[in-house]
Ligand binder design. Structure first.
Ligand SMILES: N[C@@H](CCC(=O)N[C@@H](CS)C(=O)NCC(=O)O)C(=O)O
Length: 217
């Protein structure tokens, strides 16, 4: 299957990172079509690729699938060998639950701490709403790691779609909230962030972000 993944700017397009890191980590080959979201005609460029008018979108055999979570579901179905969802039923249900919680929530964190992949700018103070989001994520990561994570360093042990969904949050925490102990972390969330930042695919994304910013300077 020939895939083209339409993505935005690597330093800031949080939603684009999700399917990109999943495909890289799962070893699924794809081409990239980049849209500079800061270009004056960005909307037209995106609309030429996907009727949603948003990135990411996955093009495949004349079809287009948009929305990061829908793309992950499509990839998981098309590539069962990649095991993008955990194999065990309850772990899989939980991985979907935490992914949907991410997809539909954490508005305060998204607004206050927009992804800025390469920046390191710790925040001394977060709003109450944003701090509540951070505490909830720390708690859910800790629970996933404790209950399902024995087989590896990721939320459900081996890398899964849930990690792809939270990759932009990992980046936001690295930028703005490096000290997760202040938000109830017992060390599990900190170690999870470190494991995600160590992923070769995550480092590739950072190198790409650097190259894009360098190219513009
Ligand atoms: N729910 C969508 C959201 C996608 C989204 O908001 N993408 C932003 C970039 S990160 C976008 O395309 N913005 C450009 C625009 O709205 O014109 C997903 O998960 O893919």
């Amino acid at each position: 299957m020939a895939y083209t993944l339409v993505i935005g700017n690597k330093n800031t397009s949080s939603w684009s990172l999700r399917p990109w890191i999943a495909m890289k980590s799962a070893g699924i080959a794809f081409e990239v079509a980049k849209v500079n979201l800061r270009a004056a005609d960005a909307k037209q460029q995106i609309l030429a690729q996907t009727p949603s008018g948003k990135v990411p979108a996955l093009k495949c055999d004349g079809e287009v699938i948009w929305d990061s979570l829908a793309i992950l579901e499509f990839l998981a179905e098309t590539h069962p060998e990649a095991k993008l969802w955990p194999q065990e039923r309850i772990a899989r249900a939980r991985a979907r639950a935490v992914s949907c919680e991410m997809h539909a929530g954490f508005q305060a964190l998204r607004q206050e701490c927009p992804m800025d992949f390469l920046a390191r700018a710790p925040r001394e103070v977060l709003s109450d709403a944003c701090a509540a989001d951070v505490r909830r994520i720390v708690a859910l990561w800790g629970e996933c790691r404790a209950r399902f994570g024995t087989g590896g360093p990721f939320l459900f042990g081996a890398f899964s779609a849930a990690d792809a969904m939270y990759a932009p949050v990992v980046s936001r925490f690295a930028t703005y909230v490096p000290d997760l102990a202040r938000y109830g972390d017992d060390g599990r969330a900190r170690d999870y962030v470190a494991a995600m930042l160590d992923l070769p695919a995550m480092q590739d994304w950072g190198a790409g972000a650097k190259a894009e910013l360098g190219a513009k300077a």
